[in-house]
Design a protein. Structure first.
Length: 241
């Protein structure tokens, strides 16, 4: 049974949505203020979050920002009376997956909930298949060249125009994983899982530090270089066109 948390301070709307989602077979939970909702979303496991923007305690924007900055990728649908385009853009850029303006029809909400849950299920199954059939750190891969550098899987090293670039083992694995999955956004959680293998001592802060070190070694002055940040989600390797 999929578990959904609704962070909303309108008890009438919560009751209506909750009754309908429970009737559809979902485990529906609710929090009536932003602080409680944020704490539950940070410390409990949910399959989907429905988040209002104007909340007592902590705003919906702050909740989304906190979750994504900590690498929590639970799908988020914003439900808000704020209809300005700037609010929609801000919410989506912070890491929300969808935005629905109040008032709305329940059938539309249900369709969007189902769509987000399908995406999550498909992504999980795809990662399971990929993990079963591919050892991504295959040292027999061909060298990869970008921007004057050569990444050697056989030697676990990087060479630039002026010679070898010193990389730690973690830095090599991080760069190699981003290169092998280039042109798509790699979520923070996936990098932690694949590169650090979910070492409990490692946090997203460690990931940010290693990304910064890599950029100093392969970036250009005043720019991110080929490792691009996608705020609230993760990173993407993309060569300059």
């Amino acid at each position: 049974m999929k578990k959904i948390l609704m962070i909303e301070d309108d008890p009438g709307l919560v009751r209506t949505i909750g009754d309908r989602l429970r009737a559809e077979g979902y485990d529906f939970q609710r929090s009536g203020d932003g602080l409680e909702g944020r704490n539950r979303a940070l410390n409990e496991v949910f399959d989907l979050l429905l988040v209002d923007l104007m909340l007592p305690g902590v705003s919906g924007f702050d909740i989304i920002r906190d979750l994504r900055s900590r690498g929590i990728l639970t799908p988020i649908i914003i439900l808000s009376a704020k209809f300005q385009m700037s609010d929609k853009v801000s919410g989506l850029r912070l890491g929300a997956d969808d935005y629905l303006v109040k008032p709305f029809e329940f059938d539309e909400l249900l369709a969007r909930v189902e769509a987000q849950l399908r995406r999550t299920d498909y992504g999980s199954r795809g990662r399971e298949r990929d993990g079963a059939k591919e050892n991504w750190l295959d040292l027999n891969r061909e060298d990869y060249r970008f921007g004057g550098y050569t990444l050697s899987f056989r030697d676990c090293g990087l060479t630039g125009e002026e010679g070898p670039v010193p990389l730690s083992h973690i830095e090599f694995k991080l760069l190699a994983f981003l290169v092998l999955h280039r042109e798509r956004v790699v979520p923070n959680e996936e990098l932690l899982e694949q590169v650090w293998e979910y070492d409990e001592a490692v946090s997203t802060r460690t990931l940010y530090v290693h990304i910064a070190w890599l950029r100093k070694k392969i970036g250009r002055s005043g720019s991110e270089g080929p490792i691009q940040t996608v705020r609230g989600v993760g990173y993407r390797f993309r060569e300059a066109s």
